[in-house]
Ligand binder design. Sequence first.
Ligand code: NAP
Length: 266
Amino acid sequence: MPHVAVLGVNGRMGRCLVRSIRESADLILSGALASPNSSALGRDAGDVAEAGPIGVTVTADRVEALAGADVAIDFTLPGAAVENLEAAAARQVPMVIGTTGLQEAAQAAIRRLSHGLPVLVAPNMSLGVNLLFSLVDRAATALGEDYDIEVFEAHHRNKVDAPSGTALRIAEIAAGARGRLLADVGIHTRAGQTGPRPRGGIGFAVVRGGDIVGEHRVTYAGIGESLEIAHRATDRMTFAYGAVTAARWIIGRPPGLYGMADVLGI
Ligand code: NAP
């Protein structure tokens, strides 16, 4: 049975991952990594996840956390995710990365390390959002620049990056469908005398509050009509199930950089 290391075990997602692995009949938790300052160090990972003892002690030592793992799943912070991937690459442990807010330097490091290791990066592991990505592409291609694209996202008050990785991916796909780069057409702030909306621009609206798990809505506003495509996550276990599915899928793949579309075949 495949052995899985969970990196970021004390986070909201890390706990869901431990529960998801525990519920599965075909996976074994083999390691659990937390930060060097974590309150979870030395505790049983199952207890941390409120899933009952599982026999794996939470550690801040990457070598210990990755020992015996067939695959690792990372939901931490951008800097930690790259360091974790370097450690996984040194031990040839394939890795699934759900961490968002990865800047260009981090993305470049991931691309470089994926030449020698199978790595899957997905800003959103849910089936619904990955289907939404392909609908966004289709709508942006069909409607063209006569329709203004706006991306709305809402998340809980503790989220540390904005716009969400999912919102950025939506906008990247929509820009690409029109032969543009998001860096050239993204509109991240509006205040004061903004002037008229630039043709082809892609705007973002961000809400942070309470315990919102994750909402994304893409609007294509034309003259006389608008189209909306929306997704609402109500339980973060949906991301954990997706990550665990990706972890099963990536074991034994050749080195390379993969996404959820590869896993889901969409
Ligand atoms: P979170 O609750 O803040 O969890 C992150 C955890 O990482 C923290 O609790 C921290 O706990 C731990 N950590 C920090 N540095 C670490 C290190 N060097 N090694 C190991 N663990 C470390 O955040 P979350 O809601 O779980 O989200 C985590 C990431 O996943 C975010 O980037 C979020 O946007 C993303 N996310 C992605 C998806 C998706 O589907 N791809 C879905 C939800 C969230 P300790 O200090 O106690 O170790």
